[in-house]
Design a protein around this ligand. Structure first.
Ligand code: GLA
Length: 391
């Protein structure tokens, strides 16, 4: 039993004497490459990681849905009959808007009458670090979506459940994110990444083979917190939409690297750099998939580095801590490194030969100490399975 599932089990036992129905879990994710491309109808290559969020469920006889989390002091509950009107709206604490938003969106997507559904208690606990850019929010959404779909017999497939998670995030929580994280948490596969076309939502499984190549994926969590419901994330999204509108295309996915010289004359300098990041990043995802298949993971280092440079210089979503983490990892023998996730904080990843992991860890800590930054948290993750029932 993982830490999160024993904590969730204990939390549920404190709420109700009813026997649990079951336990479901869903993972956080690392995005290997393809940043801010998802809401531009582009390509991404994330993988699910080993830390997971767990939901344990028990029945209630009164037609109410109650959610409790080891991160919050007080549970939040709602009448299922009124679920359809719960969002959008104020009044639900942010942590509870994730699982209740999933219930709200899942019921809408399946078309069932919520007043006919059985009441539930859901206890949630997570081993996914929060605010590290590792999609702790998608992990909650994925675990709740898998649990509710099965318990209520909603009949939604994995892609539909990923859409439910994104709807919860966009319309219940209010974060204007794309669908990458929810697809990764629902569809993750052991030792593989998910190559996702965010326009068609078609996926291909791409073997990573880190272990066989003697590599580890090291996460350097800077501890710098970010929130995608406010600030820079929304601003970048707006810039991409402005760029696409100015170029007369439905989305930046429709602009190619060859178009860039022509496009430069049509946009102001800042918007052009935002557009250039998206266009080149889409190409880097395609190149990474091809390279992984043809040559394996030891050959993708330069693509990871080019992605980081593009986010730092063109998209301007890195922070000094992330740049320091990438530079320290490369000096200490990583074969490639980049920030991962939405940016403005969170974590960097470093693809590292096993015998250099300690050097990378030490180098990151030393660089942060020298620069006067808070000590980073450094750990390795393994590509893992997506949401499932545990018990
Ligand atoms: C966050 C969002 C994703 C995606 C990334 C950036 O993780 O939730 O939808 O936009 O940022 O690639």
């Amino acid at each position: 039993m993982t830490d999160a599932s024993s904590r969730a089990g204990a939390l549920l036992a404190g709420l109700t004497s009813a026997d649990p129905i079951g336990t479901w879990s869903a993972p956080g994710r690392v995005n290997l490459i393809g940043e801010h491309t998802d809401y531009n109808d582009g390509f991404v290559l994330p993988f699910a990681i080993d830390p997971r969020t767990v939901v344990v469920a028990a029945p209630r006889a009164d037609g109410r849905l109650r959610v409790a989390s080891t991160f919050a002091e007080t549970p939040v509950e709602t009448d299922l009959a009124g679920l359809a009107n719960l969002f959008p709206g104020a009044g639900v604490p942010e942590w509870a808007a994730y699982p209740l938003g999933v219930a709200w969106a899942a019921v809408a997507a399946s078309g069932v009458d919520p007043s006919r559904l059985n009441g539930l208690d859901l206890a949630i606990s997570s081993d996914v670090p929060v605010g590290a850019g590792l999609s702790s929010s998608a992990a909650i959404e994925g675990a709740a979506a898998a649990a509710l779909d099965e318990i209520w017999g909603l009949g939604l497939d994995r892609v539909a459940l990923a859409r439910v998670g994104r709807t919860a995030e966009n319309d219940a929580v209010g974060a204007p994110t794309g669908i990458m994280d929810q697809m990764a948490t629902m569809l993750g596969r052991r030792d593989a990444a998910i190559f996702l076309d965010c326009r068609s939502l078609r996926t291909e499984v791409v073997d990573l083979g880190f272990d066989a190549a003697g590599l580890e994926l090291v996460v350097i969590d800077t501890g710098v917190k970010h929130a995608h419901s406010t600030g820079g994330y929304r601003d970048r999204r707006d810039a991409c939409e402005r760029g696409a509108a100015a170029l007369g295309v439905p989305a930046l996915r429709d602009v190619s690297v060859d178009d860039l010289p022509r496009v430069a004359d049509l946009l102001d300098e800042v918007t052009f750099r935002r557009v250039r990041h998206i266009v080149t990043e889409n190409q880097r995802v395609l190149d990474t998939v091809r390279t992984l298949r043809a040559e394996g993971p030891t050959a993708i280092g330069d693509l990871l580095l080019a992605s980081h440079a593009s986010m730092r210089d063109d998209f301007e979503i890195s922070v000094p801590e992330l740049d320091a983490a990438v530079e320290a990892a490369m000096r200490a023998g990583a074969i490639g490194a980049r920030m991962t996730g939405g940016g403005f904080g969170g974590a960097a990843i470093a693809l590292t030969p096993r015998d250099r992991v300690q050097d990378v860890t030490d180098a990151a800590r030393a660089a942060f100490s020298d620069a006067g930054f808070r000590a980073p948290t450094v750990f390795s993750v393994t590509p893992s399975d997506g949401a499932h029932r545990d018990d």
